[in-house]
Design a protein around this ligand. Structure first.
Ligand code: HEC
Length: 154
């Protein structure tokens, strides 16, 4: 392959990789489909904890750090419905209440609200809009309590 064509091919390949990475970040992690119910429970508890840590520090973040925190939360909130799939209702030793599967649409609607909040957080972080950033954190924070109150054992 002539050198110039080689470069063009490499650049095009990098572009495709960058584009598909962006798309993947907003899709449910495909690895979840291959997980056992117990692995899903473990993964959702780890992601909940990760979100908790991010929420604790997010108020002090700006720029790329704030964008990265938002990206992680968008991905986690996007993954959660699949991590609470039907098969996980039979796994004991966790705090998920049966109400989750009795009203799954209402349950996952709260995750959707949280994901919207995390997307607003990302937009605000990218534009450096501190007021919108703070408002987005409030929106996300409210969803934690709203859901735990109804769907998580005390
Ligand atoms: C739509 C429902 C829902 C939302 C929204 C939600 N959670 Fe949870 N969370 C749960 C459920 C259900 C459990 C119990 C899961 C289990 O035990 O497997 C849980 C568990 C947790 C845990 C304990 C994890 C562990 O180690 O067992 C933490 C920490 C947590 N959530 C933090 C948060 C934070 C912070 C937010 C908001 C940013 C949030 N959650 C939003 C439903 C939700």
């Amino acid at each position: 392959m002539p050198f110039r064509r080689l470069i063009a091919t490499a650049v095009a390949g990098a572009l495709v990789a960058a584009l598909s990475f962006t798309a993947v970040a907003q899709d449910v992690d495909p690895a979840i489909a291959g997980m056992t119910a117990q692995q899903k429970v473990d993964a959702r508890e780890a992601a909940m904890k990760q979100n908790g840590g991010l929420m604790k520090n997010a108020g002090g973040l700006t720029g790329a750090d704030a964008v990265a925190a938002a990206d992680t939360m968008i991905q986690n909130f996007t993954n959660f419905p699949a991590l609470f799939s039907d098969d996980t209702s039979a796994v004991g030793g966790n705090k998920a209440l049966p109400e989750i599967w009795a009203s799954f649409d209402a349950f996952t609607a709260i995750f959707a609200k949280a994901a919207d909040g995390a997307m607003a957080m990302k937009v605000a972080a990218e534009s450096g809009d501190a007021a919108a950033y703070g408002a987005a954190l409030k929106t996300i924070g409210a969803t934690c309590g709203e859901c735990h109150q109804m769907y998580r054992a005390k």
